[in-house]
Design a binder for this molecule. Structure first.
Ligand SMILES: [Ca+2]
Ligand SMILES: [Ca+2]
Ligand SMILES: [Ca+2]
Ligand SMILES: [Ca+2]
Length: 408
């Protein structure tokens, strides 16, 4: 990464936030001199292969409380695990290859409560699902789980909803707006229930995290057209409270991470504006923004936020950037609204490597004029069940002897 300063001429560091219902206008602090990353002429890289939105929460695959990086090659299906120690690489290994690139990591979570993150693979063509229980650099166990043939079902969130320490899944149907929760028990679906329906599929689950500090995962919804945002505070499989929070009418602003940046045990939000490179963090207390700040704008369209997780085990979430043109990776170690330290992470030079945590970008429609805050989200009782099918064929795994591709 070229650390030289560069100025983005059209970078507007003022963000107007319309506060829903109160119609109060706040003004964000300016980003200051945004001189972090070098400018580039390249266009914004928008991947078009990923099956639906995925959150950017990183996994901790070896249980040392430091988030790790899993990267997958989009063409040959090789997978590499990087165990991290801050911005440094503690250890890495080629892990099992999944040659069929219809398979993608749909969820990262600790499904068996051993404090190590595991993987849910989903085949976008067949609807097959497969869990890998991970132990650091190794797949300790794997199993085909229930098939979901209808490709419109997407894993929309991963979290701990019933407090058994085993990560659960929320599915959203891209056409009907039906939502389901799977309570997981290791490699098995313990319980499959319908959640409240949100028929307007412009509502997307933009992230999940515990916003109110009750240790139960909550959901943040963002409307792709109006820019309205809703939080569902969850109590297990039920919505205990549902409120509009501050609107961000410009839908170029995307929520790129939901994680605890200030170690108050309440999830916060990382925003990234895809047309200007601006970033902003909201420190949350339930439904309320207790503090927020514009972070430095990243002055090139080729850098994208690809992961959010605590790289250095200080309890504060950090940010991983990847340059889609060069394969460079870069980290910001955060202390709340401050960047404590920043620097390069190892490089994966072949740009076909993708972080498993990365999610698809939703291109915004600039022609839409956005109005004032919309009202409540219409939530209807659920009726349509999700067919829970027997497991399918699963994925064929092979252990690759692919050469390491890590560069300094
Ligand atoms: Ca780790
Ligand atoms: Ca909660
Ligand atoms: Ca927090
Ligand atoms: Ca940290």
């Amino acid at each position: 990464m070229n650390p030289s300063a560069a100025q983005r001429p059209h970078s507007s560091s003022w963000l107007t936030i319309r506060v829903a219902l109160l119609l109060l206008t706040l003004t964000a602090v300016t980003a200051g001199t945004a001189t972090i990353l070098a400018a580039s002429d390249k266009d914004l890289t928008i991947e078009d292969t990923s099956p639906g939105n995925r959150h950017t929460d990183m996994g901790d695959f070896d249980g040392d409380n430091q988030a790790d990086i899993l990267i997958r090659h989009a063409l040959d299906g090789n997978n590499h695990m990087w165990l991290m120690n801050g911005l440094a690489l503690k250890n890495y290994r080629v892990i099992n290859r999944v040659a069929d690139t219809s398979w993608d990591v749909a969820s990262i979570g600790d499904f068996d409560n051993d404090t190590k993150s595991d993987l849910l693979w989903r085949n976008a063509n067949t609807g097959d699902n497969h869990i890998w229980l991970m132990d650091g650099l190794f797949v300790k166990n794997s199993r085909v789980i229930n098939k979901v043939s209808d490709a419109s079902w997407k894993v929309a969130a991963t979290g701990h909803f019933d407090l058994d320490g085993q990560a659960d899944l929320i599915w959203r149907h891209a056409i009907s707006g039906t939502n389901h929760i799977w309570l997981m028990q290791g490699m098995f679906v313990k319980e499959n229930r319908v959640l409240n329906e949100v028929r307007d599929t412009n509502w997307q689950i933009a992230g999940s995290g515990d916003f109110d500090g009750d240790a139960k995962t909550d959901l943040i919804w963002r409307h792709a057209i109006s820019g309205t945002n809703h939080i569902w505070l969850m109590d297990g499989m039920f919505v205990k409270e549902n409120r509009v929070i501050n609107q961000v009418a410009n839908t170029n602003w995307l929520i790129r991470g939901v994680a605890d940046f200030d170690a108050d045990l309440k999830a916060d939000m990382l925003w990234w504006r895809q047309d200007t490179g601006e970033t902003q963090i909201w420190l949350m207390d339930g439904f309320f923004i207790k503090d927020f700040r514009a972070m430095p704008a990243v002055l090139t369209d080729t850098w994208r936020i690809v992961g959010v997780g605590d790289l250095n085990s200080d309890g504060r979430a950090d940010i991983v950037w990847r340059n889609g043109s060069t394969g460079d990776n870069y980290g910001w170690l955060m202390d709340g609204l401050q960047i404590d330290q920043m620097g390069s992470i190892h490089k994966a030079g072949d740009t076909n490597w993708r972080l498993a945590e990365d999610m698809e970008l939703q291109p915004a429609d600039d022609s839409i004029i956005f109005g004032p805050a919309e009202g409540e989200m219409i939530i209807t009782p659920a009726t349509n069940g999700m067919p829970l099918e027997p497991p399918g064929d699963g994925l064929s795994m092979s252990l690759s002897v692919y050469l390491p591709m890590i560069q300094r």
